[in-house]
Design a protein around this ligand. Structure first.
Ligand SMILES: COc1cc(/C=C/C(=O)O[C@@H]2O[C@H](CO)[C@@H](O)[C@H](O)[C@H]2O)cc(OC)c1O
Length: 459
């Protein structure tokens, strides 16, 4: 079931874009009701790409991307009084150039819910399977979009299964799954691809960005043999080096290393106190998305969730009972490099970008796993520009019909459009235009200065 939403509390007048919300039942006996927001492209909905966007966490809502990264609306912070947030149009929304499905997955995320409590249990493999199931059913409900070029998109933790969902779609086309999808590629930002590389490369990243000295880095690299994750407890020299590293990084905000580090305990009290913190912005969505009038306007089914959470962290860290949902999340995929490797044989293009001020999942880690693909380079490291300014750097790889381009967004954090909005929309639009050549061309773009994950910092 889905409905068109014409007005929303906090936004004056009719929405100047087409917003649809709804639920799609997936999983055995369709016990899982996955909620989604769908925004039609404001440019050419019949021909512009269709993209399904998978948010990170796991457990972060598609509404978080919608409101803080590249959706059509954002909070009007300057005019929002403490009691109810006002919304304004996002001039850099990606829905100006693409039809986008913002999904609340896995179950337990956002407004999605399960009909039984044990159905809240999830894992990476199941997330990918159910996302593919969701997309097939959504396209059966919306056959008019079957001909649009299809892209799988996502960020952060979703990097673990974006290539797997993409792979399922390609394989589905090859075995004749219905409906036949016009898959063209995938796009991911500050995406977790290999958990070891992502964590291990933080020391090198910190050195790159001047957070630790050359001396500390060289000493740690030598004593730890470049492995800062699995450390022999008898390796005292390495442990001492890492103590020094920890001291340097403790009060750095990992999602954007130049922004204020804040004691997030105020989050629970909803008090805007002390220095400005990006996390202050997230209080607005907590108020807005839990408002009953908002949920009615969005056609959220009453009584299905106790509290909307921007990120249901209980899934990310442990199986402990979370505030409003029981259920455990098993991280059963440690790396998705092989799924990227599988796509190299397809006619497929992906855009993979990284904000270069994100230490959570840094561009250094992304460069490291891409190198393992050993793809031939066609355009080596060079700047890309927006309005005559360097917006980041990119490298383009090509192998048969598989083209991957890597790029950074200079100065953005995690996630780029929140920090560099002007840069991320043209980056995506340029990339999208290329699909007209009918070949598979992957453009990897870092979002310079974007962190984890890019669109939140650089809309
Ligand atoms: C479960 O294991 C890991 C998960 C992550 C996930 C980070 C994440 O999704 O960040 C969120 O992204 C979303 C964007 O999707 C942001 O909105 C949230 O603020 C942000 O917290 C990272 C790791 O380290 C490399 C892990 O080991």
């Amino acid at each position: 079931t889905h409905f068109i939403v014409e007005t929303l509390p906090g936004f004056d007048g009719q929405l100047p874009f087409k917003l649809e919300t709804g639920y799609i039942g997936v999983g055995e006996e369709e016990k899982l009701e996955l909620f989604y927001f769908f925004v039609e492209s404001e440019r050419d909905p019949q021909n512009d790409p269709l993209m399904i966007w998978l948010t990170g966490g796991p457990g972060c809502s598609g509404l978080s991307t919608f409101l803080y990264e590249f959706g059509p609306l954002t909070f009007d912070y300057a005019n929002s009084s403490g009691n109810f947030p006002k919304l304004e149009l996002n001039l850099h929304s990606w829905t100006k150039v693409a039809n986008i499905i913002f999904i609340d997955q896995p179950v337990g995320t956002g407004y999605s819910y399960a009909k039984t409590s044990e159905a809240y249990n999830s894992n990476d493999t199941l997330s990918a399977t159910l996302t593919y199931d969701f997309l097939r059913k959504w396209l059966m409900d919306h056959p008019e979009y079957l001909k649009n070029p299809l892209y799988v998109g996502g960020e952060s933790y979703a990097g673990i299964y974006i290539p797997l969902v993409t792979r399922k779609i390609y394989d589905g086309v090859e075995v004749g799954d219905e409906p036949q999808m016009n898959i063209k590629g995938y796009i991911q930002g500050n995406a977790l691809t290999d958990t070891y590389i992502a964590v291990n490369s933080r020391v090198k990243y910190a050195y790159h960005m001047g957070l630790i000295s050359d001396k500390i880095y060289q000493s740690a690299k030598a004593n730890c043999n470049g492995n800062y994750v699995d450390i022999d407890p008898n390796n005292i020299l390495c442990l001492n080096n890492l103590q020094k590293v920890k001291k340097c990084l403790n009060n750095i905000r990992s999602h954007h290393i130049l922004e204020n580090w804040c004691d997030l305990s105020f989050l629970r009290s909803n008090v805007h106190s002390g220095p400005w913190c990006r996390e202050n912005n997230y209080i607005y969505s907590k108020i807005w998305a839990n408002d009953k009038a908002v949920q009615k306007a969005l056609n959220v089914r009453e009584g299905t969730i106790l509290e909307w959470l921007r990120c249901n962290n209980s899934m990310r860290y442990s199986a402990r009972e979370s505030m409003n949902r029981s259920g455990s999340y098993v991280f059963d995929i440690q790396t998705s490099i092989d799924d990227h490797r599988h796509l190299i044989s397809k006619s497929c293009r992906a855009l993979i970008y990284s904000g270069d001020h994100d230490m959570t999942i840094s561009h250094v880690s992304t460069e490291e796993w891409i190198d393992t693909l050993k793809l031939p380079i066609v355009d080596d490291w060079e700047p890309w520009f927006v309005e005559d300014q360097v917006a980041g750097y990119k490298v383009k790889y090509l192998q048969n019909d598989y083209e991957l381009t890597y790029a950074t967004v200079k100065g953005a954090g995690h996630t780029a459009p929140e920090y560099k909005p002007r840069q991320c929309l043209p980056m995506v639009d340029r990339y999208k235009v290329k699909y007209l050549q009918n070949d598979y061309e992957l453009t990897y773009a870092t979002v310079k200065g974007a962190g984890h994950t890019a669109p939140e910092y650089k809309p």
